[in-house]
Design a protein around this ligand. Structure first.
Ligand code: CU
Length: 239
């Protein structure tokens, strides 16, 4: 019978080896930075819900705005995709967790979603009225699905990498969003602070690209070493 001391030694050894192996597994670089906006920040227009009073009534406190160009208070860009465009040749499998695109208050949420090719994407209807999701994809099979009931969800998988797939709802003309399908897992979409973080990037030289529906694209070449934290900033302006 093992003594408590022996067990604790074995346990300590196991913890130490698992920490070591996990640090070896995730020894890649972290690439992070911000997407700045150059120029006077535009004031986004409130959504005009037209005759769809049911949609307007869901926003009694604050009317949502058109999200196609949101400049954050810190002069950064929201909803910009930053991703490893070229240079990564490894074999990766899609994350198991699905990406969700909801329809809430007659708005797609989030306005920009990103998934890896082969990853599940779940489209939901959080509203008690009819929405449909139509994809304007070119490389992936287009679809148009109606979701008439609150709580409905439809799972899809996009097999081909394709940037900027526009999502529309034909019932509500203002409803527009983008889904990016990436060939690897090294991507990030900026939020309210305009920053992005891409973790576990293997050592190497890569082309990093930023993509925004109104501000276009921009690339930078980066070289990262294992364990390095690399800061990369972009500045976009109206074209
Ligand atoms: Cu709709």
């Amino acid at each position: 019978m093992k003594t408590i001391k022996q067990i604790s030694i074995i346990g300590g050894f196991l913890i130490a080896t698992s920490l070591l192996s996990s640090s070896l597994l995730y020894a890649g670089a972290t690439v992070s930075g911000k997407v700045a906006f150059e120029g006077a920040a535009p004031t986004p227009a409130p959504i005009n819900f037209g005759a769809e009073r049911q949609c307007a009534l869901m926003h009694k406190d604050k009317m949502p705005v058109n999200e196609d160009l949101i400049v954050n208070p810190n002069q950064t860009v929201k909803y910009a995709l930053v991703y490893v465009k070229d240079g990564f040749t490894g074999d990766v499998s899609a994350p198991a967790a699905p990406v969700e695109v909801d329809q809430n208050g007659c708005m797609f949420t989030p306005h920009v979603a990103a998934a890896m090719a082969g990853q599940k994407v779940v489209f939901k209807n959080g509203d008690a009225l009819l929405h449909n999701i139509r994809t304007e994809s070119k490389l992936n099979k287009m679809f148009n699905i109606a979701q008439p009931i609150q709580g409905m969800s439809t799972q899809k998988v996009f097999q081909e990498p394709e940037l900027g797939i526009r999502l529309r709802c034909d019932v509500h003309f203002w409803m527009s969003a983008y889904l990016h399908v990436l060939k690897n897992q090294f991507f990030s979409v900026t939020g309210d602070d305009g920053t992005f973080t891409i973790k576990d990037v293997p050592a190497g030289t890569y082309t990093l690209e930023v993509w925004h529906e109104k501000l276009g694209t921009q690339t930078q070449t980066i070289t990262v070493a294992d364990g390095e934290t690399k800061t990369v900033d972009f500045t976009l302006k109206k074209q």
